[in-house]
Design a protein around this ligand. Structure first.
Ligand code: CTP
Ligand code: MG
Length: 233
C-alpha cells in the first residue's frame, strides 16, 4: 500500500463570506474552521502528514495554537493567487518527503464537516486505483440556467450530474503533471486538471454534510452539523 499525505489549501481570502478574517480562521464552536479539517485528516491511520498551504503574507495562522497536532502538521507559506496555484506550490514544497507514487488527499480548508466515515469511504473506495478520485454527491435539485436578471433560460437535465467535493485523492506525480498542464484560472478543482490529461477520476458517493463554506449563511449550517456531532458523542 502506498503512503497517503494530505494537502489543505488555506490561502484564500474568503471574499464571498465577506468577513475581514479569512473564512478558514473564523471560529466554529470555539475553534478555527481550519482546525476541523486538520484534525480529521491527521487522526486517520493511513495519513502520515498533513500539509497546510497558507499565504506568504498570512498573519492569522500564528494567532492560534496548533501544537496539539505535533510534527505531523507541516505548514508551508507558499499560497498563490488561485486555489490550483496554492495546491501546485504546496505539492512542490513537500520536497523529497513524498514520493511520486504516494497518494495526496487535497482537501479544502473551507470544508470543516468532513467526517471520518466519509474519509474512510474515500480512501477505501480509491484503494490502489490507477487514476484516483474524489468525494461527490449526485445533484438532487432541478438545474436551471438563467440570465443576469435571474430569468430562467432553460432547465437542464440533472441525469448523470454530480457535485464535486474534497478530499480529492491522486498520486503526487500525476497531480503535479496535471496541474502544470492547465490554466490555473480555468479550473476550480484538482480532478478537472487530471481529466484534461484524458483520465477519468472515480467518484465516491458522499453526503451533503461535507459542504463547502462559501457564503456567510453556510457558516450557520456548518456550525449546526458540528454541534449535532458533538452532542452525539
Ligand atoms: N484557496 C487557496 N488559495 C487561493 C484561493 C483559495 O488556498 N488563492 C483555498 C481556500 O482557502 C479554500 C479552498 O481553496 O480552502 C477553496 O476555495 P474557496 O472556497 O473559493 O475559498 P476562497 O477563495 O478563500 O473564497 P472566495 O472565492 O469567496 O474568495
Ligand atoms: Mg475562491
Amino acid at each position: 500500500m502506498m503512503r497517503c499525505v494530505a494537502l489543505i489549501p488555506a490561502a484564500g481570502t474568503g471574499s464571498r463570506v465577506g468577513d475581514e478574517c479569512p473564512k478558514q480562521y473564523l471560529t466554529l464552536l470555539g475553534k478555527p474552521m481550519l482546525a476541523y479539517s486538520i484534525e480529521v485528516l491527521i487522526n486517520h491511520p493511513r495519513i502520515a502528514t498533513v500539509f497546510v498551504v497558507v499565504a506568504p503574507e498570512d498573519s492569522w495562522f500564528e494567532r492560534f495554537n496548533w501544537s496539539e497536532f505535533g510534527s505531523e502538521l507541516q505548514v508551508v507559506r507558499v499560497g498563490g493567487a488561485t486555489r490550483s496555484k496554492s495546491v501546485t506550490r504546496g505539492l512542490k514544497a513537500m520536497g523529497d518527503a513524498v514520493s511520486p507514487d504516494d497518494w495526496v488527499l487535497v482537501h479544502d480548508a473551507a470544508r470543516p464537516c468532513l467526517s471520518n466515515t466519509l474519509l474512510d469511504r474515500l480512501i477505501a473506495g480509491i484503494g490502489e486505483d490507477d487514476v484516483g478520485g474524489l468525494l461527490a454527491c449526485r445533484i438532487a435539485d432541478t438545474i436551471k440556467s438563467a440570465d443576469t436578471h435571474h430569468r430562467v433560460i432553460e432547465t437542464r437535465s440533472r441525469h448523470g450530474l454530480w457535485g464535486a467535493q474534497t478530499p480529492q485523492m491522486f498520486r503526487r506525480g500525476l497531480l503535479e503533471r496535471a496541474l502544470s498542464a492547465v490554466d490555473s484560472e480555468e479550473i476550480t478543482d484538482d480532478a478537472s486538471a487530471v481529466e484534461q490529461l484524458g483520465y477519468q477520476p472515480l467518484l465516491i458517493e458522499s453526503e451533503v454534510e461535507n459542504l463547502k463554506v462559501t457564503y456567510a449563511g453556510d457558516l450557520r449550517l456548518a456550525q449546526t452539523i458540528l454541534e449535532s456531532r458533538r452532542d452525539n458523542q
